[in-house]
Write a protein that binds this ligand. Sequence first.
Ligand SMILES: CCCCCCCCCCCCC[C@H](O)CC(=O)SCCNC(=O)CCNC(=O)[C@H](O)C(C)(C)COP(=O)(O)OP(=O)(O)OC[C@H]1O[C@@H](n2cnc3c(N)ncnc32)[C@H](O)[C@@H]1OP(=O)(O)O
Length: 269
Amino acid sequence: MTEPTTWETFTLERPEPGIAVVTLNRPERMNSMTNTMFSELEKVALRLDREDDLRVVILTGAGKAFCGGFDLDDAEGLASLTPMGMLDQQELAARALSAIRSIRVPVIAAVNGAAAGGGLSLSLAADIRIGSPTARFNAAFVRIGLSAGDLGASWHLTRLIGPARAAEFAYTGRFIEAVEAESLGLLNAVVPAESLLAEALAMARLICANSPAGVQLSKRALHANMEVSSYAAALELENRGQALLTRGEDMPEALAAFKDKRSPKFTGR
Ligand SMILES: CCCCCCCCCCCCC[C@H](O)CC(=O)SCCNC(=O)CCNC(=O)[C@H](O)C(C)(C)COP(=O)(O)OP(=O)(O)OC[C@H]1O[C@@H](n2cnc3c(N)ncnc32)[C@H](O)[C@@H]1OP(=O)(O)O
């Protein structure tokens, strides 16, 4: 498979046969997500999914954060979109995360720092999450006038940590630090920062040692068993909700507050 020589928003490495490592690479902006990143992530996920000899994908972030969610510097341009335009925007992002989640081999997220907003949603698209002690999760959405019905986050959280804990996490917008995340099952393990990638590779090697068909069909079975209500239907509902929210007063206020580095004054209108 000929790969592009460079990806703009991440790096793709192959440390050993069967293992691909995708590292989000916008560390100066906390690996925050842009439309370019969404498009590139969708492309690389679809390419990797066609590789017969691929066994595991590891997803991590460069610098101190895993992913800070949507790039709030980019959000300014979106605020003027029509609801249908915003729906298209949400669907572009949802396609990228859905492509990652649907890769037929296991995806391990090596959570090296903050996973906030869409960054939380991205980490939840992985099958397994291993964190460093600085791994922290935040459903930042309600703090900026959006809903936690975002890119599959509400769907995964209710199934992963239970409806009540998902509700507390979503409504308060508080951080869940690494130790609590592990106790909730949001992280499979917390390991020293300096050995995070090594631990992810060690787990990948364990998986690579098993029957690829068995592992891939196991993933398919685990996903099928999670589809109580369909994932696609959940994304559809979430995307429409975000489109509505982005037409209210809270989102522009949140964006202004972010830029002014002050607390937003939400009206809820
Ligand atoms: C109000 C606008 C809403 C946007 C609407 C868009 C809708 C259309 C898009 C649809 C598809 C995507 C939907 C997406 O899933 C929605 C979201 O992700 S919303 C959530 C957005 N993210 C956040 O609110 C998180 C904001 N960041 C933080 O909470 C923290 O920065 C952190 C990530 C927890 C890290 O904290 P710290 O380690 O303390 O680091 P700093 O806070 O000091 O940040 C360092 C530096 O990075 C810049 N930065 C951080 N996050 C972002 C970001 N998301 N976008 C742009 N820049 C970011 C921060 O400004 C600092 O920069 P500096 O001041 O050093 O220049």
